[in-house]
Design a protein around this ligand. Structure first.
Ligand SMILES: *Cc1c(COP(=O)(O)O)cnc(C)c1O
Length: 459
């Protein structure tokens, strides 16, 4: 008889991954290269190094090395908060009366409250090794800013965080936490950069966007000495660092002989989803499994489900290299949405390629439906989920309810990327029924598409 699956599928400290898994090495069809925006030729390390740290740049461009060793200095940091729990959602299964088995990988146990620390630790470590003294970055919902503030405090680096203005207003405690870890926080757009000033001139009342905060942080980094810019999502090296999520989940499930039929993750820029599915999709590509993979995004910022597959900039000021991805256009400014971490116009290029090739499914959800699912989940499982993570919860519940209808006993794994303690304003809006759903019209999307670069590759 199969052994009973415990509620928590524990791993020991020794089982924390010692390598990152580079999914691109197993892809038979590689994602299209990043392009230099001036020459339109594939970007080289020399193109990227003025902005980013050296080692992450190497990882960004590496499509071939399957396993990349995690330096001891980063493993040390990981041991402070990993392995992250993998939990069997017995209570949720019961509440839904589903024959499905539901598991979730919970990345919210560290103080930043999300998976972002996995890449923040790596990027801060490499910056210190390279001899830099400071870093700049942007943050949307605040999780990445907090994660970087924690990592910079640990590795002894200065940090400036450009925080999307609406988020800094919605989440004063996030701001306080980032500042308490010792980072400087500037609401974006701001008057501290040329790109910020330009955006403010056009629209003084803008609440800002990730794309615009990125422009400011990049500008500050390239204009400062011994300073580089770090990004918490979208890029390949960030997905690489997040592969610890999927590797741990797989190791814990393997111990009990559990094979997921469906793996679900919320998708902002794609890093947690990419990290969670990495080892599993590797098996699918090499023909060893038939797992389905589902990306869930907000209906207010539907990069996969309504975006174009095109070369686009990562930021509003059109300064970053060009990436081929599903995008709403760098000029797209999503409406205020409580899942701030999912308000990004583009999507990682590896995931975009997998979606294009039919290896990955995607769906979008409106926020009231997402919060319905979040509240049902927290009442059953006890954990207050981040609004971002709740997109994955919604899809996992829908799949489990589908199993109830068909009587199938599928195994569902989803990523619970973080906690919602700093999102209680959103829960208050939900409770008082003042939460609204914004779905952009086709005309609004056209405005975003108009900002796509006019280059031969996009014809
Ligand atoms: C940032 C964030 C996300 C979305 O980012 P990805 O790069 O798409 O993973 C999801 N959940 C939480 C809790 C986040 O902080």
């Amino acid at each position: 008889m199969a052994q009973k699956i415990p509620t928590r599928l524990y791993l020991s400290e020794d089982e924390i991954p010692k390598f990152w898994y580079n999914l691109r090495a197993d892809m038979t069809e590689k994602p299209d290269p990043i392009l230099h925006p001036g020459t339109l030729k594939p970007a080289t390390a020399a193109d990227l190094e003025p902005v980013f740290c050296k080692e992450p740049v190497k990882q960004e461009l590496d499509d071939a090395t399957r396993l990349i060793p995690i330096p001891e200095g980063i493993q040390e940091f990981y041991r402070a908060y990993r392995p992250a729990p993998l939990i069997r959602a017995y209570f949720l299964e019961k509440a839904l009366e589903t024959p499905a088995e539901i598991y979730y990988k919970f990345e919210g146990t560290n103080t930043s409250g999300s998976h972002k620390l996995n890449s923040a630790a790596a990027q801060a470590f490499y910056a210190r090794e390279e001899g830099l003294s400071s870093l700049t970055t942007e943050t949307g919902a605040g999780q990445w800013g907090t994660a970087m503030a924690m990592a910079c405090a640990f590795y002894g680096l200065k940090l400036t965080v450009y925080m999307v203005k609406v988020s800094s207003e919605q989440k004063p405690y996030r701001k306080a936490l980032i500042e308490t870890y010792g980072a400087e926080l500037i609401p974006s757009p701001s008057n501290t950069t040329e790109s910020g000033k330009k955006i403010l001139e056009k629209d003084p009342n803008t609440g800002g966007s990730l794309g615009c905060a990125i422009s400011e942080a990049v500008e500050r980094a390239v204009k400062s000495d011994k300073c580089r810019y770090v990004l918490g999502s979208v890029l390949n090296h960030v997905l690489l660092h997040q592969s610890v999520i999927g590797q741990e989940a797989k190791a814990a499930l393997d111990k009990y002989g559990v094979k997921p039929d469906i793996i679900i993750g919320c998708a902002g820029g794609g890093s947690n989803l990419g990290g969670l599915i990495a080892p599993f999709i590797g098996e699918k590509i090499t023909g060893k499994s038939n797992t389905r993979f589902i990306a869930v995004e907000p209906a207010s910022c539907p990069s996969f489900t309504r975006g174009r597959y095109a070369y686009d900039f990562g930021d509003t000021a059109k300064t970053t290299p060009l990436m081929r991805m599903y995008t709403l256009g760098n000029g797209f400014i999503p409406s205020a949405n409580h899942a701030g971490g999912l308000r990004y116009h583009g999507m990682n290029s590896v995931l975009s390629k997998l979606y294009k090739d039919g290896c990955l499914e995607a769906r979008s959800e409106v926020q009231t439906g997402v919060f319905d699912a979040a509240v049902r989940f927290m009442k059953a499982e006890g954990i207050l989920p981040a609004p971002e993570s709740s997109h994955a919860i919604k899809a996992a519940m829908d799949e489990a309810l589908e199993c109830k209808r068909t009587g199938e006993k599928k195994v569902i794994l989803f990523g619970l990327t973080g906690t919602g303690y700093f999102d209680l304003t959103a829960y208050m809006a939900y409770n008082t029924k003042t939460m609204t759903d914004h779905i952009p019209t086709d005309a609004e999307l056209e405005q975003g598409f108009a900002s796509l670069p006019d280059i031969p590759q996009n014809k």
